[in-house]
Design a protein around this ligand. Structure first.
Ligand SMILES: Cc1cc2nc3c(=O)[nH]c(=O)nc-3n(C[C@H](O)[C@H](O)[C@H](O)COP(=O)(O)OP(=O)(O)OC[C@H]3O[C@@H](n4cnc5c(N)ncnc54)[C@H](O)[C@@H]3O)c2cc1C
Length: 387
């Protein structure tokens, strides 16, 4: 693997830097981080600017409306947007980073044409309806039922922890199309559907987080009719499609955030120097450790990206190693920020305070650390199951 950049890649970087320098000042003012509808408007406006400039879906295949950029160009894009302080994908997270890529990989040409362009243009927001009250880690145990009736599925059940449900237009929804029995193992009876969030029978009840935002919600589905044409993959083959979704979610979706964490770390070191906290050897050691950890995570990212190039663009189980280390390092980063800021870290108006509260969720969201360890043990190290 060659990690040096070619002249062409450096030229791509220079053009992007120029565009960012000219475009970022045109963005509307940042919204209140606890106000999700305002955040949707801000995030989709940014997505539209990227689209107009030809930077939307940079790493998506051209057949899916993306630019078909190389994984290295994508990494350069992530580095440069973060260095410039550009907004993160935010409300566009699910559509851009895992529902869209799943449809690009598994959808029919009609499905790609219907759903992908509005994601790239920032016109439609997606959410993820996987978790249920009694099936989070044990995802294959989900119970939301879909019964075929003519050209529709009739869906009844409930989902929980659905991020952005309050502002979403579509949901990547997992449903049970075959009851669990001795003949049908639980992961064989699952189907992946695109649910329109405005369909009759869908009720969204926002949940308030520790930080005060209604970032996620409970979603209740009462005999909701979903056209069978919205099924991605075959009926009862949803588990395989889900593995594609999760490999994007764990493998590449958090990558841009590593660069953001490196930026925060540099700012934190500067604050430590200004406030004299730098003189505390323990704080300095922790900052040094974090610097090493995020540098290693960036290298791991480059390795994962070059691996996914080899396997046709779908990231593999290596994403679980990344997710495991990244979510812990992120928590350590904001713990360190709290040590550097001292009592100021309790001020909810400081960016890092909300980030510290939300960092607690990273070892749970997108699959808990325990589950990632199980995957690493069983699927990467080949250790026996269930011991
Ligand atoms: C901020 C945030 C956003 C989220 N967004 C979404 C979303 O948009 N869409 C969505 O569908 N879900 C979402 N989730 C839900 C998330 O995916 C689940 O919370 C997660 O998968 C864990 O499931 P659970 O909460 O049911 O916990 P449980 O499965 O009940 O687990 C409880 C504890 O037991 C441990 N455990 C369970 N089984 C095992 C095992 N076999 N081996 C070892 N330990 C085990 C777990 O690791 C955990 O510590 C979100 C969660 C958070 C925190």
């Amino acid at each position: 693997m060659d990690l040096t950049y070619t002249e062409e890649e450096e030229a791509f970087r220079a053009r992007l830097r120029q565009w960012l320098a000219a475009s970022l000042p045109e963005l509307p003012p940042r919204p209140d981080p606890l106000d999700w509808p305002a955040r949707r408007a801000y995030d989709t406006a940014w997505q539209r600017m990227l689209y107009d400039a030809g930077y939307a879906g940079l790493h998506w295949p051209e057949a899916a409306g993306g630019r078909g950029a190389t994984p290295t160009q994508h990494l350069i894009y992530l580095e440069e947007t973060e260095k410039a302080g550009a907004p993160y994908v935010g409300a566009n997270f699910v559509g851009l980073l895992h529902a869209g890529p799943t449809i690009a990989a598994e959808g029919t040409p009609e499905q790609r044409a219907r759903w992908l362009p509005p994601v790239l243009r920032g016109e439609e927001i997606w959410c993820q309806g996987f978790s249920e009250p009694d099936a989070g880690s044990d995802l294959a145990a989900l119970r939301t039922r879909a019964v075929r009736d003519g050209d529709d599925y009739v869906v009844t059940g409930s989902k929980i922890w659905t991020s952005h449900a309050e502002v979403a237009d579509w949901c990547e929804l997992l449903v049970r199309t075959e009851p669990i029995s001795e003949a049908v193992p639980k992961h064989r009876g699952i189907t992946w559907l695109a649910l329109p969030m405005d369909a009759p029978g869908v009720t969204v009840r926002p949940l308030r987080t520790l930080a005060g935002s209604t970032e996620f919600a409970e979603v209740f589905l009462d005999e909701v009719r979903v056209p069978a044409a919205n099924r991605v993959g075959a009926e009862n083959d949803g588990w395989r499609v889900t593995m594609v979704t999760l490999s994007f979610e764990r493998g590449t979706a958090f990558v841009g955030e590593v660069v953001a964490c490196r930026r925060t770390l540099a700012e934190l070191a500067a604050v430590a120097k200004e406030t004299g906290r730098w003189d505390d050897g323990a704080v300095r050691r922790q900052l040094g450790w974090l610097n090493a950890e995020f540098t290693a995570l960036w290298r791991l990212t480059q390795w994962n990206v070059s691996e996914s190039e080899r396997t046709g663009g779908v990231p593999g189980t290596g994403g679980s190693v990344f997710k495991l280390r990244y979510s812990h390092a992120r928590q350590e980063l904001y713990d360190t920020a709290a040590r550097v800021l001292g009592p100021d870290s309790l001020d909810l108006d400081r960016d890092w305070t909300l980030d510290k509260l939300s960092s607690l969720s990273y070892t749970i969201a997108a699959g808990t650390s325990q589950i990632q360890r199980n995957i690493v043990a069983e699927r990467i190290l080949g250790l026996p199951k269930g011991r």
